[in-house]
Structure formats: structure tokens, C-alpha cells
Design a binder for this molecule. Structure first.
Ligand SMILES: [Zn+2]
Ligand SMILES: [Zn+2]
Length: 102
């Protein structure tokens, strides 16, 4: 399956013949989204957490973007009551600052 920039999900890209130049007899075949004609689409993958079908180029470790955000949020919620020292320690374990978004 594929998904285009506007969110259309389709099984097969549509083939479209387009003239390269106005007066040229040369045509080139393009593949486009059948719903909106966009060239900007990518293969989809299913999110491991919520099952949403998403473009594989914006997924990370099998998670769609909302699930990536949700994972970080949940992680921060768990560590909310940690002391400064505990947070420092975790930041060090996870290689410097990324964990808490500093
Ligand atoms: Zn589309
Ligand atoms: Zn998801």
C-alpha cells in the first residue's frame, strides 16, 4: 500500500503519461496518487502500537509519529516525580539530554 502527502491510501499508483515539453512528441510515464495526482507518496507500514497505516519514511522503529510523541510523553510522565539527580543519572545513561528534551 502507498500513502500520498494528503493522506490518500492506495494499493497501486496510477500511471500517467505526460508530455515532457509542450511541442515535444516525447512522453514520460509517471506514477501518481490515483485520488489527487500527487507524485509525493511513499510505501506504507502498519504502526506496531496503534495499527495506523502510515508512510514508512516518517515512521521510527515501527511507530507512527503520534505514537512516537505518546511514547516520549508516557516516559516523561513516569519520571515526573524523579529527583534532579535521578534525571541527571538517566540523561547520562541515555547519552546526554535527549531523554528529557533539554
Ligand atoms: Zn492523494
Ligand atoms: Zn501509531
Amino acid at each position: 500500500m502507498f500513502k500520498c502527502e494528503c493522506g490518500h491510501i492506495f494499493e497501486t499508483p496510477e500511471r500517467s503519461m505526460e508530455r515532457l515539453e509542450l511541442d515535444s512528441p516525447r512522453y514520460e510515464e509517471f506514477c501518481i496518487c490515483p485520488a489527487c495526482g500527487s507524485y509525493d507518496y511513499d510505501e506504507t507500514a502498519v504502526c506496531a502500537l496503534c495499527g495506523t497505516q502510515e508512510r514508512s519514511d516518517i515512521m521510527a522503529c515501527g511507530l507512527c509519529y503520534p505514537c512516537q510523541v505518546k511514547t516520549i510523553k508516557e516516559f516523561r510522565a513516569v519520571t515526573e516525580d524523579f529527583t534532579w539527580e535521578q534525571r541527571q543519572y538517566l540523561d547520562e545513561c541515555f547519552d546526554g539530554g535527549e531523554v528529557f528534551g533539554r
